[in-house]
Design a binder for this molecule. Structure first.
Ligand SMILES: O=P(O)(O)OC[C@H]1O[C@H](OP(=O)(O)OP(=O)(O)O)[C@H](O)[C@@H]1O
Ligand SMILES: O=C(O)c1cc(=O)[nH]c(=O)[nH]1
Ligand SMILES: [Mg+2]
Length: 192
């Protein structure tokens, strides 16, 4: 599956939004990939996650014990990707801002692959890795549907992206005037 195919699916779902967005990292962007508008369609989600599962199987050597999705955005793609990988899917969710594995137990040494929706700075994946390593799990790879950094982000483990799509993002104090003129909205769930 090519990047253009992935973007066609996002566009067909009305998931490529234009405006002024506050990202989870605090960066600002004129473009937001509202993945929820894709994941509301099981058929579109299946196509994307089956392709991602195939890419994960091709790149990860050895067993995978769990797929782990960072809530909320990672829940649906992690579940659907795990269905194709035929391994269980679990998730981390924020407890007072910090990712925790609140509902599951995981064996020490378990080999896990993180499945995210979108990667911008990789911050959310690094936070997920920290949580899982504290529990003794081995994070063998991370994966995502779209990497907005187009391969520039280093999360400390191999990052398997179904598509790479570079989108501008700016520190809040370095906004171009056309972006500063638009009221900012924050679609994600961090700090809620
Ligand atoms: O690579 P990063 O800079 O961390 O950005 C990507 C993260 O941002 C979004 O999550 P967000 O915290 O906005 O909440 P959501 O999962 O509820 O959408 C997205 O789901 C990724 O988890
Ligand atoms: O960086 C983010 O927070 C982010 C960007 C994006 O395009 N979509 C998303 O859900 N989160
Ligand atoms: Mg998220």
């Amino acid at each position: 599956m090519q990047t253009s195919d992935v973007l066609d699916i996002f566009r067909s779902a009305g998931a490529v939004l234009e405006g002024h967005f506050i990202l989870t990292s605090g960066l600002r962007s004129p473009t937001f990939l509202q993945k929820a508008r894709v994941f509301m369609h099981a058929d579109k989600t299946e196509v994307l996650c089956k392709a991602l599962a195939e890419k994960i199987r091709a790149e990860v050597k050895g067993d995978i014990d769990y797929v782990v999705g960072p809530a909320i955005g990672g829940l649906i793609p992690a579940y659907e990707t795990s269905r194709h990988l035929k391994v269980p899917a679990i998730w981390v969710e924020r407890e007072q801002g910090t990712f925790r594995l609140r509902r599951f137990e995981i064996e020490k040494g378990a080999r896990v692959v993180i499945v995210e929706d979108i990667v911008t700075t990789g911050l959310s994946i690094r936070e997920t890795i920290a949580c899982l390593r504290e529990l003794g799990a081995e994070v063998v790879a991370a994966a995502c549907i779209i990497d907005r950094s187009a391969g520039k982000t280093d999360v400390g483990v191999p990052l398997i992206a179904l598509a790479e799509y570079e989108v501008p993002a700016y520190p809040a104090d370095q906004l171009p005037p056309e972006l500063a003129a638009i009221p900012a909205v924050k679609p994600g769930s961090r700090n809620i």
